[in-house]
Design a protein around this ligand. Structure first.
Ligand SMILES: O=P(O)(O)OC[C@H]1O[C@H](O)[C@H](O)[C@@H](O)[C@@H]1O
Length: 533
């Protein structure tokens, strides 16, 4: 078996608490036989439509040659820059697949005007675009598609030769795209977005970017044998029970890449775990941590550290931790099984996302109403400060407001930093995560908006209401229109931020909003200020 899971201390106790029952009730073989009754009657309607992922690699085999052929056809025309437009489950898997393989794939999962402009206005003559959306109705993806159609047309390039669609059969995107002459790759509708790595959603963009899909899928068959076995050695049962079987359950899953050759696994796992489990006031929240992150060294009893290592047999877990090793496709299936197990142990339906819609509705309402902007509570340098009254009252400095936000942390709480900004151009902003964690002494997540709305966003609104939220927006220098829409990208991203903030506030959770009026200067100011705490 090339997947290895090693547990220690409290994680081992969690496994011991549940493993015998999971084996005797044949959880694993029933899962791979697509038994939709594993998560209780309330979940059956959804789970009966969502278990195709257990055989996705086999079902997707025909895509291997089809995508390779398209890649060589494009290469023959000098087209070698691949852009992927898609959110959440339609982009996170191909991103980690190509990053791990060291292949260039431009992932456009943003409405930040600067990031959109950079993706759309670069090297069009050698660019092909994959537009991926399972529902075919995601606003960000639709906006990006419009921008690329317009840009190709303007450049005298036929968009139908360069834009390829991945969607579910019967979606509005399928119908409109076929009618307009675009090539469409249909995905398996019985696989949910966050479980879709080995369907057309993962494979088409990654294969066009150069991933050898045959080699990628090859290890999956033998790993299925291990994961469907009703055995106490089944690594999926062990990992699922270790993550969700504690008494009490540890809410935070600290994912540390330490010696693995997988790059960016945590970003993919975040959506899988948080969106699958974060609901009904329960759930597991992944926290992507560097090896030296403050949380790793602090006594945080509700943080379960999981290290992705090169070989978990040679490096067994210490303390109360979990070590995991295996190649990327093996681990993708491993974690999908573990989440299925965790869903049952937590008593939730892992296949729905009931709270994602609320932020979309709030953003749409703001776009329709276009209310006048509210005045900031105060401004310091390039940073305008707004937020919940309890956070901004009596504050006159950015640091004071951040301290005030952290003072609102309830027991068992966490901080979510949510940056609606150009993640390619303003990457240094991530530096503030460790500084905030150092100060808060609690788990701190860092998400780029609107990307995280399709990932950890479900947990923030549907999980335990113990988060405090530091939202960062920018008045981006580059502003661009969305073709045939009454709003611009800048208007959209601000509405998305404000919409989500209003939903969080309605749920009674503290929000501090920092708007950077000059994005470069504001980031520098914030990084400098947080260096002081
Ligand atoms: O693939 P799409 O239909 O465009 O959906 C993209 C994303 O949208 C929503 O936010 C869902 O909560 C995600 O699970 C999904 O991955």
């Amino acid at each position: 078996m090339s997947i290895k899971v090693s547990t220690s201390g409290a994680a081992t106790e969690a496994v011991q608490r549940h493993l015998d029952r999971l084996v005797s009730e044949k959880f694993a073989s029933r899962l791979f036989a697509k038994d939709h009754t594993l998560w209780g009657t309330a979940a059956e309607d959804e789970s009966s439509k969502r278990l195709g992922w257990v055989e996705a690699a086999q079902v997707s085999a025909p895509l291997v040659d089809e995508v390779a052929q398209l890649r060589s056809d494009l290469a023959a025309k000098g087209v070698d820059r691949i852009v992927l437009c898609g959110m959440g489950g339609s982009s996170l898997a191909p991103e980690v697949m190509t990053r791990t393989a060291g292949l260039p794939l431009v992932v456009l999962d943003s409405t930040d005007p600067g990031q959109v402009a950079e993706s759309v206005q670069t090297d069009l003559e050698r660019t092909a675009v994959v537009v991926s959306s399972k529902s075919g109705s995601t606003l960000e993806t639709d906006s990006q598609r419009r921008s690329f159609v317009a840009a190709f047309t303007e450049a005298g390039i036929d968009p139908t030769e360069r834009i390829f669609i991945v969607t579910d059969p019967g979606s509005p995107l399928e119908q409109a795209s076929r009618a307009a002459g675009f090539r469409v790759f249909l995905a398996d509708p019985s696989v949910g977005g966050r479980f879709s790595a080995m369907t057309a959603f993962g494979l088409v963009p990654a294969g066009l970017a150069g991933l050898d899909l045959g080699a990628f899928l090859a290890p999956v068959a033998s790993v299925v044998d291990d994961l469907e076995a009703d055995s106490p050695q089944n690594p999926g049962l062990v990992l699922g029970a270790a993550l969700a079987g504690g008494d009490p359950v540890k809410t935070y899953v600290g994912v540390v890449e330490q010696g693995t050759d997988i790059v960016g696994f945590g970003d993919w796992a975040e959506q899988l775990i948080a969106e699958s489990t974060g609901k009904e006031g329960k759930g597991l929240l992944p926290v992507v941590l560097g090896q030296d992150a403050p949380e790793v060294g602090l006594p945080i009893p509700d943080l379960q550290v999981v290290r992705l290592v090169a070989d978990a047999a040679a490096e067994p877990a210490l303390g109360d931790e979990i070590n995991v090793s295996g190649s990327l496709p093996e681990q993708m299936l491993l974690w999908e099984v573990a989440v299925a197990v965790a869903g049952q142990l937590l008593g939730i339906n892992p296949y729905d996302q009931p709270d994602v819609e609320s932020a979309k509705v709030a953003a749409r309402a703001l776009l329709d109403e276009t209310p006048a902007p509210t005045a900031p509570a105060f401004t310091e340098g390039d940073i305008e400060v707004r937020g919940s009254d309890a956070v901004t009252a009596n504050q006159s400095t950015v640091l004071g407001a951040i301290e005030s936000l952290l003072a609102q942390l309830p027991e068992g709480g966490y901080v979510a930093i949510q940056a609606y900004a150009n993640r390619l151009g303003l990457g240094e902003l991530t530096q503030i995560r460790d500084a905030v964690a150092h100060r808060a002494r609690r788990p701190v997540t860092f998400g780029w908006g609107p990307r995280f709305l399709h990932s950890t966003g479900q947990f923030h609104k549907g999980g335990p209401r113990v988060g405090v939220f530091l939202q960062i927006t920018t008045d981006s220098k580059a502003e661009i229109a969305i073709p045939d829409r009454p709003f611009s990208y800048g208007g959209l991203i601000h509405a998305q931020a404000a919409g989500d903030a209003s939903v969080l506030a309605d749920h009674g959770m503290p929000v501090l909003q920092l708007n950077l009026t000059d994005e470069t200067g504001g980031v520098q100011q914030l990084v400098r200020l947080l260096g002081e705490i």
